[in-house]
Design a protein around this ligand. Sequence first.
Ligand code: PGA
Length: 241
Amino acid sequence: MRLIRTENYAEMSLEAGKIIVEKIRTNPSLTLGLATGSTPKGLYDYLIQDHEQNGTTYKQVKSVNLDEYIGLQTQNPNSYHYFMRQNLFNHLDISENHTHIPNGSARDLEQECLRYEQLIRELGGVDLQILGIGQNGHIGFNEPGTSFSSRTHIVTLAENTREANSRFFNSLEEVPTHAITMGIASILGSKEILLLVSGEKKAEALLKFMNGEISEDFPASALKHHENVTVIADRDALKYI
Ligand code: PGA
């Protein structure tokens, strides 16, 4: 595992952005694994700016998102479909039919999970997966206790995850209780993983990730089984390391 120490959120985003742009320039038809939340927003701003200024093209790039809430339509501003359009896709030349996000409004959700796994296989797997980490160690929406052999599946969100995410909603009640997420085994199938960690709120989780045991009680610890993981963290997140 490689650790890149950065000063702050802006530098973390810049370092991650440089790595991704380099990869796309080397392999213009890369399949990117994408994440939502506050962590990757600065990285997405960097990719947009680079696209505008340096012309990096996404015409052949494919993307696969980690997860989506169940029960929110794609037009709902809190859906991850909406987040990705607003924060990245609308500002790049990526083709809409190359962008993939689990459908949390599918009539048959079990079938949707199978479809998503099949899709990832058909794309030849994810080349580079971007990940954040939850305060409870979740990756994607894989909450503590998730099997390391899990594939795309339906999850009940942990209460602390709903509380953490309620900042985007009008109230805690509005936060969905379930989601579809790529599983731990699906994530570990990526050829390369970039884990971004920023801020003091994540310092304990990062400490546990770096120094703790490998256990299903702490989903991110599964990443230690992967041979190509780069952690990019800022000074506040590295407080205890
Ligand atoms: P955040 O979420 O980037 O909004 O902190 C990360 C996560 O919960 O995985």
